[in-house]
Ligand binder design. Structure first.
Ligand SMILES: N[C@@H](CCC(=O)N[C@@H](CS)C(=O)NCC(=O)O)C(=O)O
Length: 217
């Protein structure tokens, strides 16, 4: 399987963490987003959305990280893998959290922090309130459950841990959300190859955000 990625991208990192958990070998294809390599005609022909992560498995080309996570477990996971069990109710909750990550948390995080770092936007305001509302929802999930979708670590944790690590990249103080902070530390300690994949990628993402603090005129 060819996997087009950039190590700083949280969406690529969640897939890399799950591939590691499933003991899959990905044929890593580095796309240098700093050089706009995703816009090259060969890559754009593969993925007209020109984004990473992109997975190519025989005649299937797939982008959108959460779709890739689900595909990897469905195709290569053990039958009834705990990461994404077959039970409709358990799966529904995992899907809900994955869509929450995609449509709410990661979107609100980017909506607030990109303008702050790259456009000199004023800190605070409504976008921060929306982000903190989303963090409040996540805190609520984790007050009632050890993992974001219940008693076991699932795909939703892998997706959300990559998003939450971006808060560390931008030095957001997570102590206001003790359940998220405790879960995040637990994920760091238990997910295979967390340091190599998510920690080092998060540090690269941090450097990228910090480069935006002093934009070249
Ligand atoms: N919702 C997508 C987001 C993917 C995304 O935004 N990727 C960024 C890197 S973090 C990218 O490839 N940007 C380059 C571009 O869109 O041209 C996912 O979860 O896979």
């Amino acid at each position: 399987m060819d996997f087009y990625y950039h190590p700083a991208s949280p969406y690529c990192r969640s897939v890399m963490l799950v591939a590691k958990a499933l003991k899959l070998n990905l044929n890593m294809q580095y796309i240098d987003l700093m050089k706009d390599e995703q816009l090259r005609p060969t890559f754009a022909a593969l993925n007209p959305f020109h984004c990473v992560p992109t997975l190519v498995d025989n005649d299937l080309t797939l982008w959108e990280s959460r779709a890739i996570l689900v595909y990897l477990v469905d195709k290569y996971g053990r039958t009834n893998s705990r990461l994404y069990p077959k039970d409709a109710q358990a799966r529904a909750l995992i899907n809900q959290r994955l869509f929450f990550d995609h449509g709410t948390l990661s979107t609100r995080l980017e909506d607030y922090y990109y303008p702050l770092y790259f456009e000199g936007a004023t800190p605070g305001g409504e976008k921060l309130e929306k982000l903190e509302e989303a963090l409040g929802f996540l805190e609520g999930f984790l007050i009632t459950n050890p993992y974001v979708a219940g008693p076991n670590m699932t795909l939703a944790d892998y997706s959300l841990v990559a998003t939450v690590s971006t808060l560390e990249a931008v030095q957001y103080d997570l102590s206001k959300y003790p359940a998220i902070a405790a879960w995040y530390e637990g994920c760091k300690a238990t997910i295979a190859d967390y340091q190599e994949i998510n920690e080092s990628g998060m540090q690269q993402y941090r450097a990228y955000f910090e480069s935006g603090l002093h934009p070249v005129a």
